[in-house]
Design a protein around this ligand. Structure first.
Ligand code: MG
Length: 284
């Protein structure tokens, strides 16, 4: 009888402890920011790189669909139509090996994938969905990214009712520019990025004469408005160590590839990816 009494009291207690341990282990605290105050100051700003105290961008509920499932314009090159990865490769030039099923590709362990083609100035349409059920917190919650030339990142992250340092949330130019608004949809829902990007240019002496420039619409909401990048994203290219101030790399050709990031165990999905080369309007 005594053993039964002990068991009756202990089982509920153990169950509570197990649930709390699981929650701690899974680290799903959506208020956790994990930012920094000991990193360099961003130029022209009162905030540090990955600043935990920087105000969270205002939340904007996007319209239901905007460019979701948008058919490509006639002059677009389709990079992924939901069936195969023939336009993509791994970082060593081999075939891309991410999972493809049911009209989407999914981030798969083994590294980032990048396009075989390159473009200088372009309009890029990408659809993505963060994992459902959502797990993790801050930068560990659905992290992936659009890494232009493996140098300039438009962050992909589950920022729906989930905090992180603002220059690292969804649609941030990572480590440089928080989005003007948080227009995230819930985990598992398809979201759109429409990105207009202009590559940096150097003159024949190697001097930077034009900074890279990005305009980004997230689910139809302008979140980067002709933002001029201060350089390479920290932590992805080897040019700028993580947590340090961005700077430009040695001159590179304006033609750049598009890369999708594998950032740890975050099975983010992508679909309907197409790109338009921005034409030369000719002499003024
Ligand atoms: Mg990322």
């Amino acid at each position: 009888m005594k053993i039964q009494k002990i068991t009756r009291h202990c089982i509920p207690l153990l169950a509570v402890l197990a649930v709390r341990w699981a929650a701690f282990g899974a680290d799903t605290d959506t208020n956790k920011i994990d930012g920094f105050r000991n990193t360099p100051m961003l130029p022209g700003s009162q905030w540090h790189v990955h600043d935990s105290d920087r105000p969270q961008p205002p939340v904007v509920t996007p319209g239901a669909s905007f460019s979701q499932s948008a058919p490509p314009p006639s002059d677009a090159e389709v990079l992924f139509d939901g069936t195969d990865l023939s336009k993509w490769q791994n970082s060593k030039g081999g075939d891309a090996a991410w999972k493809v099923q049911d009209g989407y590709m999914e981030v798969t362990p083994g590294g980032d994938i990048r396009t075989r083609g390159k473009w200088a100035d372009f309009q890029l349409h990408v659809e993505w969905a963060s994992p459902l059920p959502a797990t993790g917190s801050s930068q560990g919650r659905g992290n992936s990214g659009i890494l232009i030339n493996d140098m300039y990142e438009v962050q992909v992250l589950d920022s729906y009712e989930a905090k992180t340092y603002p220059d690292g949330q969804a649609a941030a130019i990572y480590g440089q520019s928080p989005p003007l608004a948080n227009a995230c949809k819930p985990p598992g829902k398809w979201q759109t990025y429409d990105i207009i990007f202009e590559s940096p240019r150097w003159d024949e002496k190697g001097d930077l004469v034009k900074k890279a420039c990005a305009t980004v619409l997230h689910n139809g909401v302008v979140v980067q408005n002709h933002y001029q990048l201060i350089g390479c994203t920290d932590g992805i290219s080897g040019v700028v160590p993580w947590g340090t101030l961005s700077k430009y790399p040695a001159p590179h050709p304006p033609e750049v590839f598009i890369e999708l990031q594998e950032h740890g165990p975050n099975p983010v999905r992508y679909r309907n990816i197409w790109i338009r080369r921005l034409g030369d309007a000719g002499p003024p």
